[in-house]
Design a protein around this ligand. Sequence first.
Ligand code: NIG
Ligand code: FE
Length: 415
Amino acid sequence: MNSKIDVDTLITNASELLTCTVSNSKKPKTGKALSDLGIIKDGCIAIKDGRIVFVGLNSDVDFNARNTINAKNKVVMPGFVDCHTHAIFAGSREDESLKKQQGISYLDILKQGGGILSTVEETRKATKEELFQIAKKYLKRMIEYGTTTVEIKSGYGLNFEDEKKILEVASELEKETGIDIVKTYLGAHTVPKNITKEDYIKEVLASLENIKPYSEFCDVFCEKGVFSIEETRTILSKAKELGFKLKLHSEQNHLLHSAELAGELCAISADHLENIADTGIESLVKNNVIGVLLPGVPFYLMEEKYAPARELINKGVAIAIASDFNPGSCPSFNMQLMISLACLKMKLLPGEAINATTINAAFAINRANEVGSLEIGKKADIIILDIDNHNKLPYYFGINLVEKVIKTGKLIYER
Ligand code: NIG
Ligand code: FE
C-alpha cells in the first residue's frame, strides 16, 4: 500500500530556496534579521489546493505529486510583493524626460499644469473598459517579472466618479489576472484644475465615506506645493476614523516632517523618505511604521539623493522596497531592477533587498499572513529564477531572470 501524501505540485532540487520567514509572524524584519533569507540549500516545496504544505530539504521528501518541477541550479523564492504602485492610468509622459534633461524639475512640471495633471486629463477621458485594457497589459508584464501581489493607488481621477472608476478597475483586474491587488484611495494626489485647494480638500473629506467600500488604504501626497502637513493630518485623521489603514507619500522632495506625522497617526507605511530627519526616523521606529523605499524614482528623475537606507536599517526601521510604477516618476515595474538599484545606489545587501520586496513588503500592505514568505499554510506564490544563488539577483541588473511564476499554486507564467 502506498501511504505517501498526495500533493498537487512539488518543486524539487532548488539550489537555494529563499523562505524569507520571520521569527515573529506579527513583525517585519529589522536590523540584522533583514539580511536573513532563511535559505534552504537543495530545497523542496510542496503545494496542495493553492497553499504551501511542505518546505524543507529535498532528501526529506516523500509525496505523490501530480506535477514535479525540477529546480536544479535555480533560486526558488516568494513572488514579489510590489507594495506601492499607481498602475492604473491612461496615456504616457515620455515627453517629460526631455524637460528633466533641460533641468526642469518634477515639481516644476506639475506646477506648469503637466505631470500628474496631464495623466488626470487622459485618465478621466478613458472609459472603464479602456482603462481596464491598458492596466491589464501592464499587470501581465508585471507577472512576467515575478510580481504576484500588487498595491494600486487611485489618484488620477481626482473626482469621486473617476477615482471610483480606477478602484473598480483594480477589483476587476484582480479577478481577471488572479493576482492579489490591494487598493488605496489617493484622492489627495494633487489639486485638480478649476477648483481651489480648500474646496478640493472639502470634496476629498466628503468623499471618504463613499469611497471606503472600494479601498482598504488611504494615502496623501504630502509635499511642498501639494498638500501640507496640516492638510495631510486633516485628511488622514478623518480616513482613520472611518476605518482606512494609512499610507503617506513622505519627505520625497522636501523635509516637511511628514514621517513624524506617519508615526503620530500610526500609519502602516511612510513611503519615499529621501529627505527624512532623525526625528522622523525615531518616530517610525517607535510607532512601527514601515519605511517603503522607492529607488526607481530618484534613478528615473535623475536625482542624486536616495533614501538613507543604511541609516534607517541601522536605527531599526523596518524597510520595504517597491517600484512606485507610474507614468511620471517611475515608468518601470521591474522589481528585480529595484533590488539592483537598492543594492547599487542605497548599499543594501542582496538578502536585505530581497526580504524588503517580499515579506516586509507584504507587511506594508497588511498581507503578511497570506503572502511574502514560503511557509506552510501561506498561499503558494512562488517564482523560479534562472540563477543558482541569490547574489546574482542584483548582479544581473535589468535582466529578467524569472523562469516560472506560480500564483496560489497555479503556473501562470513560464518562459
Ligand atoms: O509616487 N509623487 C507623487 N506621486 C507619484 C508620481 C505620480 C506621477 O507623476 O504621475 C510618485 O512619485
Ligand atoms: Fe507614489
